[in-house]
Design a protein around this ligand. Structure first.
Ligand code: EPZ
Length: 420
């Protein structure tokens, strides 16, 4: 296991390029199960989660190789409908092979993914969706076992207590591409990653409309063919670097970013006193003289993203006053509070809210990463803290941020990786 050591307080400048989106890559990789033809994916981020999904697809009958920066996915003979617990339990995103396996092979045996530190992570909406499409579903020994002759298009409402489900929408959209007739998904997730997936599926010959809106309509087809597709930039990595620039009061440039996907962040930052100059596919952050405390609540897209909540909390530890953060998507996603407090922040939980008393200097300390975005928040805090911060279990970081230590070093940060 690696650890990262940061000497805080170094000025950051220059420019950083954003990698391809992790949360678009995972369902798009799963979608290659819908065809026996070759698919080529570009701008795929080289992350732990990408490697895990590649391993899973190979176990399901795919042959996959890197050709410089292109990922080539081919069929390697008899497909296998069983997504094994060992692989699925290491990455929840693996649940999105359920829809493709079921609709392509008529059968899917996918291990229940289990929870993680940010919440229980149920899959009831995924199961509701495939049952609505006519699949017979049993749960046996920790596996979802789904079977069908051929799925039948239907109208299905996919909203849960916390709103739409991103991967639930992805699974049902993929399953519907080869179903008989029309499927309408009501209360679909509107995230840009769902749009990216739909655009890839349409490149494969699917007939999908309404992606990015709460109503997605899919006309089933008999067969899908291979496609050559470029993954969009990662809006959460981009938002992380925008928040870092605000926190470090740095003027660096962030390239390969579709800023329209971060309007909720820009809206909040304008109230904080941070201005963002967006220009085509790059942004320049103009830090605030005084970081004003602004309370937020996270919501499904286009609301403030839960995946930027921890990083925003790190910024609010420097604010000139008290702010409150509520996460309606993952109400328990507050593992980063204890670690930020070890660095001198003053944050307390009250029910589903975090109360941040800003204005206290952050001091370097040994801390432990707990989940992907919490570890990003700890890196941000370490970069502005006085003294040395040592972050252990950085594999959490490597799951979702490609070469983040190299990118930060190039901006002037004093950061190095060591074997733990
Ligand atoms: C995706 O997870 C992302 N992961 C998450 O990013 C992200 O935080 C989340 O969407 C919300 O935006 C990937 O895309 C790989 P959900 P997903 O189903 O699809 C409840 C990161 O840091 N729910 O949209 O699993 C659920 O409990 C990761 O990159 C049900 O009730 O999340 C939650 O409260 C973390 N029943 C809410 O819906 C279900 O069947 C949203 O979850 C499914 C979900």
């Amino acid at each position: 296991m690696d650890k990262i050591i940061i000497e805080g307080g170094k000025p950051l400048k220059g420019e950083v390029s954003i990698s391809g989106s992790k949360n678009a890559t995972l369902p798009i990789l799963a979608a290659t199960l819908l065809t026996d033809e070759t698919c080529i994916l570009r701008n795929v981020p080289k992350l732990l989660d990408t490697h895990t999904m590649i391993k899973l697809l190979k176990s399901l009958g795919k042959d996959i190789e890197w050709d410089k920066d292109k990922l080539i996915i081919m069929s390697a003979g008899k497909p296998n409908p069983v997504a094994d617990y060992k692989l699925v339990s290491t990455m929840r995103g693996s649940i999105c092979v359920l829809g493709p396996l079921l609709t392509k092979l008529g059968e899917a045996r996918v291990s229940l993914p289990g929870g993680c530190v940010i919440g229980v992570r149920p899959v009831d909406l995924h199961i509701k969706g495939v049952e609505a499409l006519g699949a017979k579903v049993d749960i046996e020994a920790g596996y979802i076992i789904a079977r069908t002759k051929r799925l039948k298009g239907t109208r299905v409402y996919l909203g849960g207590a916390s709103g739409p489900s991103v991967l639930g929408t992805a699974n049902i959209m993929m399953a519907a591409t080869l179903a008989e007739g029309e499927t309408v998904i009501e209360c679909a997730a509107c995230e840009p990653e769902v749009e990216d997936l739909a655009n890839f599926l349409n490149e494969m010959g699917a007939r999908i409309k309404g992606q990015g809106s709460p109503r997605i309509i899919i006309q089933g087809v008999r067969k899908l063919h291979g496609a050559d597709y470029k993954i969009s930039p990662d809006r959460i990595e981009a938002g992380t670097f925008v928040l870092l620039a605000a926190m470090a009061r740095s003027h660096f440039v962030i390239r390969d970013i579709d800023y329209h996907q971060l309007m909720a962040l820009e809206d909040v930052l304008s109230k904080v006193g941070v201005h963002v100059e967006a220009d085509k596919n790059m942004v320049r952050v103009k830090p605030a003289k005084v970081i004003k405390p602004v309370s937020i609540t996270t919501y499904p897209f286009p609301g403030f993203p839960t995946d930027l909540q921890a990083q925003y909390m790190a910024l609010m530890t420097l604010a000139d006053g008290v702010s409150v953060i509520r996460d309606t998507v993952f109400p328990d996603r507050f593992m980063h509070i204890a670690e930020l407090n070890r660095m001198g922040a003053r944050i307390r939980r009250e029910g589903g809210s975090a109360i941040i008393e800003g204005g206290h200097e952050l001091c370097g300390a040994p801390v432990i990463a707990s989940d992907l975005r919490a570890s990003a928040a700890l890196v941000m805090a370490g970069l502005v803290a006085r003294g040395k911060t040592e972050i252990r279990r950085v594999y959490h970081l490597d799951r979702g941020y490609e070469n983040i230590d190299k990118k930060l070093m190039a901006l002037g940060a004093s950061i190095k990786r060591e074997k733990e």
